[in-house]
Design a protein around this ligand. Structure first.
Ligand code: ATP
Length: 721
């Protein structure tokens, strides 16, 4: 065994040296071509191509590839080793097999989809399905041109029938640096299927915590850009994420995959930009505090709460009917007379407006009708008896066209919206019956907000939709592909609205219902989203394997889901075992001293990221103050920061979504902080699943019923010996 490892290592070292020499040679050649700085367009294009080549060669030089697959195509073709890397490198000799194959190339899919066994494997090439036998799947770790590790995860001629997880487990066991990383070397078959799914489909992905949703979405963008380079461009792709800090946290992955310029935004920023609004929305801390911190007097969650109603398709339909009613009444109530003796009847204008220009949005319809009137005037002018008369008519007509145009009502999204909620003195143009679907509590709270000129996040889909109905969208507002992360917190209205801005329903929508802690505005079932698309426009995938945490943490968190949420969306762990979860009672010692002791013990283990999760922001602040005053280098995450600082942190559990830490201390995992309520169970689930290697739950006297009440296979009680 050791011998064969030795020879594999030597073989790969030799191959690596040869590859580096070749890449260096190619790079040198490109560097020796003088950079073109002139104005000739063709030369500029060629120079851009050379520059991109220089950059990709330079990138591949440090770590040319990470995997090798030996494949023999059916039909007696020769077995050959394929080396797979983040960037493809061709041989300079035409017709020779590539030196390195880009991980996104069709043949590279074998590296990911092959799950072992003796059967032939196949991949979809442009010329059709190619079948053959895989002989070897090898993971290769190269750092700064040095070969560090060679691990065979499948060897047909060895004694392993299935692909082993050894390399994956080694990778997952590493401590976290500050940001999310790429996973090109260990993408799993079920993830690869999503990454390579066809472009014009609204993919909906339910994935358990830690199943790689965010990571997979980023890899999918890189794949789409490679596979459909003629049809999509990076600037026309966008990722929506819950907040700026999260966007910052994931911001290293795409550049690492050699992809730049993809837009990253929150829904709020995107909407405000379309609306040209620059008013700050009120801090949603009140909303968060209302829903998350009101433990004594827990609000009731129904479809009539503002977030749910304003995110519903019935609200979207109401808006459409309201704007349509306005449209019908917007043609001025008179005939048009450009000068005495000439009249264009209102009926004709109405016909143009209602029939010929009906498909256009209101602003464009008005524009078209006015242009049509102008053309009619020009025809009429030809009937003038002489030039002087014609001049006089022309002058009069021009004034009257202007004044007629002024009679069309001018609509603004916000005015219409305010009218719908009767927040303006101007009477609403719609019948009481039409508006009666707005629940009373929504009407009252929104009316009072709008009277104070306060807009909330939940009002934005409606405003953007009104804007769209009035003005349409411009071509630069259209997207080639949209990724929505944490999509369980999006509403059906938001998705239906975004669908108007994306070509071919090209969506990747990812989320986890078990982490639906914003259920007062998000969806409760994926059906709410899939029903927005025709069956052939959408596809559903479920990711059930969780990669982030150790087996013990995953099983512990599954227990919370089973008992507290009664969910069957349980995670399947990768076989990576660690320490059991620790349940530690405060006992006679103060809560602060207990937390400090836990922090000390975990910091001593030299984890790069340790985090304390509190139930409320106030508690996070107080704890942060206490620890900072005691000299700890730990920062507070309070939702206001745009940058993710990494390191050791303290934050309320609801802000921890999407993030991960080597070790997590959950503070106050007791009943008066986390009640026996599904929502609290989800919050704790989110908190627990942030931990990669170690999870400690500190608590007062009574723990909620969904936590294990005594020691078991995955959890132990008390401090470590
Ligand atoms: N195939 C893989 N190989 C190695 N690491 C992986 C793989 N898939 C996921 N991971 C790791 O698992 C962790 C979780 O990934 P990610 O944050 O993308 O999951 P998620 O499903 O979005 O999680 P959550 O919903 O809990 O926020 C990350 O550290 C990621 O690098």
């Amino acid at each position: 065994m050791a011998e064969s490892f030795q020879s594999a290592y030597q073989e790969e070292e030799k191959r690596l040296n040869a590859a580096i020499a070749e890449i260096n040679r190619q790079l040198e050649r490109f560097r020796n071509i003088p950079v073109y700085t002139g104005h000739d367009f063709t030369e500029q294009v060629l120079e851009a191509a050379r520059e991109s080549k220089r950059q990709s060669l330079a990138k591949s030089l440090a770590e040319p590839y990470f995997g090798r697959l030996d494949f023999e195509e059916a039909g007696g073709k020769q077995r050959r080793p394929l080396y797979i890397g983040k960037v493809g490198v061709d041989q300079e000799e035409v017709g020779e097999a590539p030196l390195v194959i880009d991980w996104r190339a069709p043949i590279a899919s074998l590296f990911y989809s092959f799950t072992g066994g003796q059967d032939p494997a196949s991949y979809e090439a442009p010329e059709g399905m190619i079948e053959g036998l895989v002989y070897l799947k090898r993971n290769i770790v190269i750092r700064k041109q040095i070969l560090e590790r060679v691990v065979d995860t499948f060897n047909r001629e060895g004694d392993q029938p299935a692909v082993s997880d050894e390399f994956l487990v080694y990778r997952l066991g590493e401590n976290k640096d500050n940001r999310l990383r790429d996973i090109v070397s260990t993408i799993q078959a079920e993830q690869d299927q999503i990454i390579r799914a066809a472009r014009n489909t609204a993919l909906i992905i339910q994935g358990v915590a830690g199943s790689g949703k965010t990571t997979v979405a980023l890899h999918r963008l890189a794949y789409l850009l490679y596979q459909y380079k003629e049809q999509v461009s990076a600037e026309k792709m966008i990722i929506f994420a819950p907040n700026h800090m999260f966007l910052d946290y994931i911001s290293d992955v795409l550049p690492e995959l050699g992809v730049g310029d993809i837009q990253q935004s929150t829904f709020v920023d995107w909407a405000m930009n379309i609306l040209h609004l620059d008013v700050p929305l009120p801090d949603n801390k009140d909303t968060l505090a209302y829903w998350f911190e009101n433990i004594e007097d827990r609000p009731k969650l129904t479809d009539d709460v503002p977030g749910r109603f304003k995110g519903s398709i019935s609200f979207m339909k109401l808006i459409r009917s309201c704007v349509e009613t306005l449209e019908e009444a917007s043609v001025p109530d008179t005939d048009f007379s450009p000068w005495e003796g000439a009249t264009l009847p209102r009926d004709t204008i109405l016909r143009w407006f209602n029939e010929e220009y009906k498909p256009y949005p209101l602003a464009k319809r008005k524009e078209r009708v006015m242009a049509r009137i102008h053309r009619w005037v020009e025809m009429e002018l030809k009937k003038a008896p002489n030039a002087a008369k014609q001049k006089e008519w022309k002058k009069r007509a021009s004034q009257r066209e202007k004044s007629y145009a002024g009679k069309w009502p001018h609509y603004e999204p916000l005015t219409i919206y305010k009218q719908m909620f009767k927040a303006l003195k101007l009477p609403a143009s719609w019948s009481e019956e039409m508006l009666s679907i707005i629940p009373k509590q929504v009407l009252q709270s929104t009316q009072s907000d709008l009277k104070n000129n306060t807009l909330r996040e939940e009002d934005l889909p409606a405003l953007v939709y009104i804007h769209y109905l009035l003005n349409d969208r411009t071509s630069d507002q259209m997207f080639d592909h949209v990724v929505i992360d944490e999509a369980q917190d999006f509403s059906p209205f938001q998705i239906a609205l975004l669908d108007l801005f994306v070509r071919g329903h090209s969506f990747t929508i990812l989320g986890d219902l078990s982490q639906g802690i914003h259920a007062y505005r998000g969806i409760h079932d994926w059906q709410e989203m899939s029903s927005l698309f025709k069956p052939d426009q959408t596809a559903y995938y479920a990711l059930t394997r969780s990669y982030r945490s150790t087996m013990e943490i995953i099983e512990f968190a599954n227990g919370i889901l089973e008992r507290g949420v009664r969910s069957d969306l349980l995670a399947v762990p990768v076989f990576r075992s660690g320490d059991p979860v620790r349940l530690i009672g405060y006992g006679q010692v103060s809560r602060e001293d207990n937390l400090r002791r836990a922090l000390d013990q975990l910091l001593a283990k030299e984890y790069r990221t340790v985090s304390i999760l509190t139930r409320t922001l106030k508690e996070a602040r107080e704890m942060h103050h206490f620890l900072s005053a005691s000299g700890y280098d730990i920062h507070l995450i309070d939702g206001s920061k745009k940058q993710y600082e990494g390191g050791h942190s303290i934050l309320p559990v609801y802000l921890s979504k999407g993030l991960e830490f080597d070790a997590v201390i959950v503070a106050d995992a007791n009943k008066n902080h986390y009640d026996d309520h599904e929502w609290d169970a989800k919050l704790l689930y989110v908190g627990c699943t942030r931990a990669l290697h170690e999870l400690w739950m500190l608590h007062g006297d009574e723990v909620p019923s969904y936590l294990p009440q005594e020691e078991g296979e995955f959890a132990v009680t008390g401090w470590p010996e």
